[in-house]
Every structure is written in structure tokens, then in C-alpha cells.
Design a protein around this ligand. Sequence first.
Ligand SMILES: CC(C)(COP(=O)(O)OP(=O)(O)OC[C@H]1O[C@@H](n2cnc3c(N)ncnc32)[C@H](O)[C@@H]1OP(=O)(O)O)[C@@H](O)C(=O)NCCC(=O)NCCS
Length: 143
Amino acid sequence: MINIHEMTIQDYDTVIALWQSVEGVGLSDADAREPIARYLERNPGLSFTAWDGDNLVGAVLCGHDGRRGYVHHLTVRESHRRQGIGKALAERCLAILKAEGIDKCHLFVFTSNANAIAFWKGIGWTQRVDLYVMSRYTGDGSQ
Ligand SMILES: CC(C)(COP(=O)(O)OP(=O)(O)OC[C@H]1O[C@@H](n2cnc3c(N)ncnc32)[C@H](O)[C@@H]1OP(=O)(O)O)[C@@H](O)C(=O)NCCC(=O)NCCS
């Protein structure tokens, strides 16, 4: 049986190892322990882990900025895919966002990540063709 729990910073080492073990999750300095701790503190009750006994098999970060929700890094261990765990994690996030009065959620997915795009479409998400993501460092980008 799969159990889903709220993610805490105590899960960090296990979760980052899972994210690092799969393709399709873009990790950066923003995924170091301190920014993830800050993210979880700013978005309590919105990020989740999935467990098969003591084995971490899934994880997702979710938060909102008061107007829109964002999901990041949804991952299911390869051995446990196509069992509905990814969908269960994503739906848990949407349910909490809805309960907090957030009526829409966005996510970023690499254009090369065909499996994830098929997954998100399969569970009812719409691929935006009217938007590009634009990014800039707040400083000079040297650190
Ligand atoms: C994307 C990911 C989280 C999906 O997790 P999962 O637990 O296997 O997904 P689910 O079993 O909940 O799938 C739900 C539905 O999504 C669709 N789906 C899932 N994976 C799919 C795939 N590879 N191809 C086509 N459809 C897919 C299906 O409709 C599926 O329902 P079905 O199995 O009854 O046909 C998982 O493949 C993963 O961890 N990928 C690597 C990390 C990654 O790229 N994350 C996304 C970052 S944006």
C-alpha cells in the first residue's frame, strides 16, 4: 500500500536523491536544503511524499503566491510508475490549493520531456501554446 504524507525538511536527503536519480527534473541551486526549507515553510501542507513502506517512491513540491498555484519536480520512482501515484500526488496538491482559494495551477515541463507531457495531459492539464517562460537572475548571475 502507498502512503502519502506531507513533505517536511527531514525528508530532504531522501527526496533530493530521488529527484537526482531520474531524468526530466531540472535541479539547480534553488533545490539546496536551505531554499527547499524556506519553500516548505512558506507553503505549509502543500508538498507531499509517497511511501511504499520505508521506501520513498514519489515526491512533489507545491506552493502558491496568493493568486496562482505552482507544482514542481513531481517524480515517481521508475519501479512504481503507472500505478496512479503521480496522479494521486498531483491531485492532492490541487485539492489543497482549491481549499486555500487558489483556482488555477501552473507548472514548468521541459519541451523534451514527452512522458511527463503525456502524463499531465492524461490527467487533464492543458499545454499552453500562447506563453513562453522568461527568466533572469536578480543579480549578475555569477552566483
Ligand atoms: C511523470 C510521472 C511523475 C508520472 O508518474 P506515474 O505515477 O507513472 O503516473 P500515473 O500512474 O499517475 O499516470 C496517470 C495517467 O497519466 C498518463 N501517463 C502517465 N505516464 C505516461 C506516459 N509515460 N505516457 C503516456 N501517458 C502517461 C496515463 O493516462 C496514466 O493513466 P494510466 O496509467 O491509467 O494509463 C513519472 O513518469 C516520473 O516521475 N517521470 C520522471 C520525472 C518527471 O519527468 N517529472 C515531471 C516533471 S514536470
